[in-house]
Design a binder for this molecule. Structure first.
Ligand code: COA
Ligand code: AMP
Length: 633
C-alpha cells in the first residue's frame, strides 16, 4: 500500500531531522542565518538554529505588511461580555504593537528583561505580548483566574522589571477586579516591582498606587514606535508557568527561533490552514493554547485570529460559538472538550447551530484533556465536519500527536489523538525503560531531542528541568501522561502519572491544593483527588482528617477550606467540595491511596491493594462519599 503523506512526512522528520527543520525554517525571516540547525554541544540541553537571529514579532506582523497583507484583518476582538467587536488589520496591529513597544522602552524595558502580563482577554494583552517580542523582552502571562499568591510565586521566579495589568476582567456578567489581586501579589512577593502599567476598563476603574502605577493610555501617549530588535534564535520568547507536582509552578521557557519555525509549520501541516484564512482558538492567553494558537501561530502564518472574551454558554446562549464562526468566517475552531460538553448540556439537539451560516467552517480541533467519544460523536454529527482530537502540553507549545489535516487525514479512532506529529519520537515505556507492546499501558515519553519549539529548559532552573523531565527515562522526555499505542501506531492518552488533574481543560496540581488544606490549623492530614465531572471532566474533591480534639462544626471547617483554596490558588481551581473523614486509606508504608479513593468516588470497580493498612477505611470513605451523592452515576 502506498504510504500516506503523513507517513512520508513523519518518516522524513525522523530520518533527517536537521534537513526537515532547516527546510521548514526557510519560511521564517532571519536577520542572520543559523550556524547549526541542531546544536548538541551541551547535552541534554539541545538547541535549534544556534547562531541564527530573528524577531518573532517581525515575522508575525511586519513581514506580512511588507508582503502586501497590511489591509487584511489580523485580529478580531469579539467580546459578548462588553458588547464589543473590534478589528485590527495587519497595518493597525503592527502600529499598535510598535507604539506599545515604544512605551515599554520608555519604561526601561530592553532585550532579556521580563514583563509579567496579568490581563483579561482584551486586545491590549495581545499587543503587549507582541510588543515584548518586538523588543526581545521576555513576557510571562499569568491567567486571570489565579489568585494573588499564585501571581506572587510567578513574580518571585520571573523577577519582572514591569507588570502590565488591567482594572478588571469580566466573567459572563460579573466584573472581577484585577487590581486588588495584583496589589496583593506585589505585597506578598519578595521581588520588588517598581512599575505597573494599568489598562483601565470602563466597567471598573482601579485606584492607582502613586509612584508605581501608571495609566496605560498616559504611558502610551507620545511613545515613539519601536523597531524590531533581532535576537538570537535561542533567546527566550516567553516563560509560561504551569502546574508541576508540587505547589511551586514550573517556569516553562520557549525560545524565538525553533518556536517560530515549528508553530508556522504546524498551521498548515496540523491545522490545514492557509494564509488569509480565519482561525479561532477559544482559549485564554493565560494558557499555552492562547500563546500558540490565539497569538503566535496564526499571525506567523498570516491568518486572521479571533480573540474571544466570552464563554461557550451564557454569553448569551449556547449558540455563542456558532455566532462567532458565522460572523467572522472562521475556518477552524480549536477549543477544549469541556466547552462542547457545556454546549451539549444546554443545547443537546444542536438547535442553535441551525441559526447560523457555518458554511466556511471546515474543522474542529479539541485538546487540553481527554476527548470522550460521546462528545466527539456529538460534535461530528451536529457540525458535519471532521473533529480532530490532538494532544500536547505547555512544555511542547504545539501538538505531539494529531490527525494532521494538512497532510491528509488518517481514519479517526475515537479516544485517540491519532499519531505522533513530525519531529516527535513518541515511545510508551515500562518501569524498566523498555518499550511496551502495542495495547499495553505505560509511561509516555518522547525520545530526545525534542523538536524545535519545545521547552529547552525551565526558567533559571536547568537542574529542575533535568529532574522533572529527563531523569525517569534516560534519553527521553517524560510527558507525565500514561497511555498506549495500538497496533496501527495510534496513541491513546489515558491518565497522568503524577498529581496533575485537568479541570475544564485547565491543568492543576492536587498537591498544591493539599498544601493549602494542610496549612489549615484544624487539619491533621488530607488528600485531594480529581473526581469525574459531567462538564469539567474532572473536579477536585478534598478529604480531610481533623486534628485530635477539634470539636468545631465540620461544615464551617469545610467552608473555610473551600475559601482558602480560592484565596490561595484562585477560582480556576474549582475546589468546592471537601469531606471530613475519620481516617485516610493508606498502604502499610504510609502512602495515601488516592487512586483507590478516586475509583470509589467515580463508582469504578477497584481492588483494595494488598499493602493496605486497614481495608475498613475504604468502607468509611465510601459511606462519606455516599452522603455527598457520590458516585454521581
Ligand atoms: N479571571 C477571573 N476569574 C476567572 C477567569 C478569569 N480569566 N476564568 C475563570 N474564572 C473563574 C470563573 O468565574 C469561575 O469562578 P466561580 O467559581 O466564582 O464561578 C472559576 O474561575 C472557574 O472557571 P471555569 O473553569 O471557566 O468554569 P465556569 O463554570 O465558569 O465555566 C466552562 C465552565 C466549561 C464553560 C469553561 O471552563 C470554559 O469555557 N472552558 C473552555 C475551555 C478552555 O478555555 N480551556 C483552556 C485550555 S484549551
Ligand atoms: P497543559 O500543559 O495545560 O496544556 O496540559 C497538558 C496535559 O493535558 C497533558 O499532559 C495531558 O494530560 C492533557 N491533555 C492535553 N491534550 C490532551 C488530549 N488530546 N487527550 C488527553 N489528554 C490531553
Amino acid at each position: 500500500m502506498a504510504k500516506s503523506i503523513y507517513d512520508q512526512t513523519y518518516a522524513r522528520s525522523m530520518r533527517d531531522p536537521q534537513g526537515f527543520w532547516a527546510a521548514a525554517a526557510e519560511d521564517i525571516h532571519w536577520d542572520r542565518r543559523w550556524d547549526r540547525v541542531f546544536d548538541d554541544s551541551r547535552p541534554p540541553f539541545y538547541r535549534w538554529f544556534t547562531g541564527g537571529e530573528l524577531n518573532t514579532c517581525y515575522n508575525a506582523l511586519d513581514l506580512h505588511v511588507d508582503r502586501g497583507r497590511g489591509k487584511q484583518r489580523a485580529l478580531v476582538y469579539d467580546s459578548p461580555v462588553t458588547g464589543t467587536v473590534r478589528t485590527y488589520t495587519y497595518f493597525e496591529l503592527r502600529d499598535a504593537v510598535a507604539r506599545c513597544a515604544g512605551m515599554l522602552r520608555r519604561q526601561g524595558i530592553e532585550k532579556g528583561d521580563r514583563v509579567i502580563i496579568y490581563m483579561p482577554m482584551v486586545p491590549e494583552a495581545v499587543i503587549a505580548m507582541l510588543a515584548c517580542a518586538r523588543l526581545g523582552a521576555i513576557h510571562s502571562v499569568v491567567f486571570g483566574g489565579f489568585a494573588s499568591n499564585e501571581l506572587a510565586k510567578r513574580i518571585d521566579d520571573a523577577k519582572p522589571k514591569l507588570i502590565l495589568s488591567a482594572s478588571c476582567g469580566i466573567e459572563v456578567n460579573r466584573v472581577i477586579p484585577y487590581k486588588p489581586l495584583l496589589d496583593g501579589a506585589i505585597a506578598l512577593a519578595q521581588h520588588t516591582v517598581n512599575r505597573c502599567v494599568i489598562f483601565q476598563r470602563p466597567q471598573e476603574t482601579a485606584p492607582m498606587v502613586r509612584g508605581r502605577d501608571i495609566d496605560w493610555n498616559e504611558a502610551l501617549a507620545g511613545a515613539a514606535p519601536a523597531e524590531c530588535v533581532p535576537v538570537p534564535a535561542t533567546d527566550p520568547l516567553y516563560i509560561l508557568y504551569t502546574s508541576g507536582t508540587t505547589g511551586v509552578p514550573k517556569g516553562v521557557v520557549h525560545d524565538n527561533g525553533g518556536h517560530a519555525v515549528a508553530l508556522k509549520w504546524s498551521m498548515n501541516a496540523v491545522y490545514g490552514m492557509g494564509s488569509g484564512e480565519t482561525f479561532w482558538a477559544a482559549s485564554d492567553i493565560g494558557w499555552v493554547v492562547g500563546h500558540s494558537y490565539i497569538v503566535y501561530a496564526p499571525l506567523l502564518k498570516g491568518c486572521t485570529t479571533i480573540l474571544y472574551e466570552g464563554k461557550p454558554v451564557g454569553t448569551p446562549d449556547p449558540g455563542a460559538f456558532w455566532r462567532v464562526i458565522a460572523d467572522h468566517g472562521v475556518s477552524a475552531l480549536f477549543t477544549a472538550p469541556t466547552a462542547f460538553r457545556a454546549i451539549k448540556k444546554e443545547d443537546p439537539q444542536g438547535t442553535y447551530m441551525a441559526k447560523y451560516d457555518l458554511s466556511r467552517f471546515r474543522t474542529l480541533f479539541l485538546a487540553g484533556e481527554r476527548c470522550d467519544p460521546d462528545t466527539l460523536h456529538w460534535a461530528e454529527e451536529r457540525l458535519r465536519v471532521p473533529v480532530v482530537d490532538h494532544w500536547w502540553q505547555t512544555e511542547t507549545a504545539w501538538p505531539i500527536a494529531a490527525n494532521c489535516v494538512g497532510l491528509g487525514m488518517l481514519p479517526v479512532k475515537p479516544g485517540s489523538p491519532t499519531k505522533p506529529v513530525s519531529g516527535y519520537d513518541v515511545r510508551v515505556l515500562g518501569e524498566d525503560n523498555q518499550e511496551m507492546d502495542a495495547g499495553q499501558i505505560g509511561s509516555i515519553a518522547i525520545r530526545l531531542p525534542l523538536p524545535p519549539g519545545c521547552l529547552p529548559t525551565l526558567w533559571n532552573n536547568d537542574t529542575g528541568y533535568e529532574k522533572s523531565y529527563l531523569t525517569k527515562h534516560p534519553g527521553h522526555y517524560l510527558t507525565g501522561d500514561a497511555g498506549y499505542k495500538d497496533a496501527d501506531g495510534y496513541v491513546y492518552i489515558m491518565s497522568r502519572v503524577d498529581d496533575i488533574i485537568n479541570v475544564a481543560g485547565h491543568r492543576l496540581s492536587t498537591g498544591a491544593m493539599e498544601e493549602v488544606l494542610a496549612a489549615h490549623p484544624d487539619i491533621a492530614e488530607c488528600a485531594v483527588v480529581g473526581v469525574a465531572d459531567e462538564i469539567k471532566g474532572e473536579v477536585p474533591v478534598g478529604f480531610v482528617v481533623t486534628k485530635a480534639g477539634v470539636a468545631r462544626d465540620e461544615g464551617e471547617i469545610v467552608r473555610e477550606l473551600v475559601e482558602k483554596v480560592r484565596e490561595r490558588i484562585g477560582p480556576v481551581a474549582a475546589f468546592k467540595t471537601a469531606l471530613v473523614v475519620k481516617r485516610l486509606p493508606k498502604t502499610r508504608s504510609g502512602k495515601i491511596l488516592r487512586g483507590t479513593i478516586k475509583k470509589i468516588a467515580d463508582g469504578q470497580d477497584y481492588v483494595a491493594p494488598a499493602t493496605i493498612d486497614d481495608p475498613v477505611i475504604l468502607t468509611e470513605i465510601t459511606e462519606a462519599l455516599g452522603t455527598r451523592g457520590y458516585p454521581k452515576k
